[in-house]
Design a protein. Structure first.
Length: 340
C-alpha cells in the first residue's frame, strides 16, 4: 500500500532512490536461516502482533518470510529470513540497500504480487509484516493485493509491529521480535544503530530549537498535488514532536485519508516555510512541479525551500539516523520566515 501511495501520488513517475543505508554487513546464512542470531531459545514461542492478537507456536520460528522493510529490521539483529517480498525491485528498495541477500529467495518485487508457490517451497513457520491500523491489514494483505498473493497467510502465522504514531514503535517492535527469535540484540548492528539514532535525534531537536519552521509534506502528480496527512505518516509525527511543525491538511480524502488532494489551481492553499518531497521520488517530483505554473504560488517553492522526506519506509535505527542527520543539515540552512 505504501508503494501504491507513491504510484497514486506520482502517477507513472519512476522512483529515484536517494536514501542512504546503514551498510550493514551480513554473513552468508548457509543452511541456517538464523545464522546471525544467538542460540535459538526453546519453545513455546509467543509474540503480540500489532493488531493486538497474541500469536503462539510450539517452537521458536526459524524459517521466516518477511516484507522487505521488516526483513531489513530483522537483519540488523542478525536474523536472516529465508524469503523476502517487496513493493519494488530489491535493487531500488531503500530498506535493502547495502544488505547481502545471498541465499534469500525473492518472492515479489511489485506491490500486491507475491509468488506464493515459491514461498511454499521454503516451508516458512512465520510471516513478518507490518500491521496497518488504517487498513486493518498487514503489508502484502491490504485491499488491492491479488487474491492469490494473500494466500501467503495460509503458509504460516503473520506477525509484525504496528504502524502507529512513531517510527520508534516500529524499530522497537522489531527489536523485541528479534530478541524473541533468539537474537543477541545488545551485541548487534541494531544496537550500534540505535546509539547513532539517539545522537541524530538530539541534534535534530537542538537544531529545531533554533528555528520556527512550518513544513508541508507533498507528493506532486500531473493532475493533483497530494498533501500528506501526518496522522498516517509516523515519521512526520516524530518530526513534529521533535520541533518541526508539520502542517495537517484540513480536508483529507475520506476514502483514502493518507492525503488531501489539491487541484493545481489550489496549490497555494497552505503556505509553509518548507516543502518536503518523498526521497524515493525526489528527482522525479522536481521535474513534475517544473511543468506546473502554479507551483511557485507556494512561497516556499518559489524560494527553493524543498527538503527530502523519508516517506512511509523507515523501519531501522540505522536508516532513521541517516535520514535525520540529512534532514537536520538541509533545514539548518533555510529561512523560517517564509510561511504564514
Amino acid at each position: 500500500m505504501r508503494t501504491r501511495l507513491a504510484v497514486v501520488a506520482a502517477a507513472s513517475l519512476a522512483l529515484a532512490l536517494t536514501a542512504c543505508s546503514s551498510d550493514i554487513p551480513e554473513k552468508d546464512a548457509g543452511d541456517d536461516p538464523a545464522s546471525g542470531a544467538s542460540a535459538t531459545p526453546e519453545g513455546p514461542w509467543e509474540f503480540t502482533d500489532g493488531s493486538g492478537e497474541v500469536v503462539t507456536l510450539d517452537e521458536v520460528p526459524t524459517r521466516i518470510i518477511a516484507h522487505a522493510a521488516e526483513a531489513a529490521a530483522l537483519m540488523s539483529y542478525g536474523i536472516r529470513p529465508v524469503g523476502i517480498y517487496g513493493d519494488e525491485s530489491v535493487d531500488t528498495d531503500p530498506n535493502l540497500q547495502g544488505l547481502d541477500l545471498t541465499g534469500i529467495e525473492i518472492l515479489g518485487e511489485e506491490w500486491g504480487s507475491i509468488d506464493v508457490a515459491k514461498a511454499s517451497t521454503l516451508s516458512p513457520d512465520l510471516i513478518v509484516a507490518d500491521w496497518w491500523p488504517a487498513e486493518k491489514a498487514h503489508s502484502g494483505f491490504e485491499d488491492g493485493v491479488k487474491a492469490k498473493s494473500k494466500k501467503l497467510a495460509d503458509l504460516a502465522p503473520v506477525v509484525g509491529a504496528t504502524q502507529g504514531d512513531s517510527i520508534l514503535d516500529l524499530a522497537e517492535g522489531y527489536e523485541e521480535l528479534a530478541a524473541s527469535l533468539g537474537a543477541d540484540v545488545e551485541n548487534s548492528q541494531g544496537a550500534k544503530d540505535k546509539a547513532a539514532f539517539e545522537e541524530a535525534r538530539d541534534a535534530f531537536i537542538a537544531a529545531m530549537e533554533e528555528k520556527d519552521f512550518t513544513a508541508l509534506a507533498v507528493s506532486p502528480a500531473s493532475d493533483l498535488l497530494y498533501v500528506a496527512n501526518p496522522e498516517y505518516a509516523p515519521e512526520l509525527l516524530d518530526f513534529d514532536r521533535w520541533g518541526l511543525d508539520i502542517i495537517e491538511p484540513d480536508s483529507p480524502d475520506p476514502g483514502f485519508p493518507y492525503w488531501e488532494n489539491l487541484s493545481w489551481e489550489n496549490a497555494d492553499k497552505y503556505q509553509p516555510d518548507v516543502l518536503m518531497f518523498d526521497n524515493r521520488s525526489f528527482a522525479a517530483d522536481q521535474k513534475t512541479v517544473e511543468t506546473q505554473p502554479t507551483w511557485t504560488s507556494i512561497r516556499a517553492a518559489a524560494a527553493g525551500q524543498i527538503v527530502e522526506w523519508p516517506g512511509f519506509w523507515l523501519h531501522t535505527y540505522g536508516h532513521y539516523a541517516t535520514a535525520l542527520t540529512k534532514l537536520t543539515e538541509e533545514l539548518s540552512g533555510l529561512d523560517d520566515s517564509i510561511g504564514d
